[in-house]
Ligand binder design. Structure first.
Ligand SMILES: Cc1cc2nc3c(=O)[nH]c(=O)nc-3n(C[C@H](O)[C@H](O)[C@H](O)COP(=O)(O)O)c2cc1C
Length: 155
């Protein structure tokens, strides 16, 4: 069974998790690239607004066609308790081409609607989910969680 990890990361946390998952699964990985500049305080503010208003953005065309993979594993940072705008855009543009899906998110706190919102956007139940706090990622304490996520995907 082949898998693709697709993720967006504004400040590197979600990228770290995406790379760890792709390493464990030995699978392809693709970063979603947003054409909007989200750097600095202004980028942070407009990102929060975009997320709350459920806006879409312009993203670069991905290199890897999602329909070639049995499971598309989608990762997002949490923005204002929901999925980040670039990941929302990716799902809306490509959801008709997914077979099975799995989701992961990184966030500062411990609660959000991001995973449920991704499920609703994709219109299907994920085979696995993983939520990590930023502090877990920064301290490197997420290997076991990634292993459990891997086992749910491959069982
Ligand atoms: C615009 C914005 C809104 C955020 N909203 C939340 C939130 O509602 N809840 C939360 O726990 N963390 C929130 N965060 C923190 C990020 O989810 C967290 O730092 C994440 O790990 C960043 O991932 P990244 O480094 O891959 O961009 C927010 C961050 C940004 C930039």
């Amino acid at each position: 069974m082949n898998q693709l990890v697709v993720y967006y990361s504004r400040t590197g946390t979600t990228r770290r998790v995406a790379q760890a998952i792709a390493e464990v699964l030995k699978c392809d990985v693709e970063e979603i690239r947003d054409l909007k500049n989200r750097a600095g305080v202004l980028g942070w503010l407009s990102s929060g607004m975009d997320a709350t208003l459920k806006r879409l953005t312009k993203i670069e065309k991905p290199e890897k066609p999602p329909e070639l993979y049995e499971v598309v594993i989608i990762g997002t940072p949490v923005w204002n308790s929901t999925v980040s705008t670039p990941v929302r855009t990716y799902i809306v543009e490509y959801r008709n081409r997914f077979k099975q899906v799995a989701f992961f998110c990184t966030q500062y706190g411990s609660q959000s609607n991001a995973l449920k919102d991704m499920e609703a956007l994709c219109g299907r139940k994920p085979v696995a989910t993983l939520m990590l706090r930023r502090s877990q990622v920064e301290t490197g304490v997420f290997t076991d969680a990634v292993r459990q996520f891997y086992m749910q995907i491959t069982r």
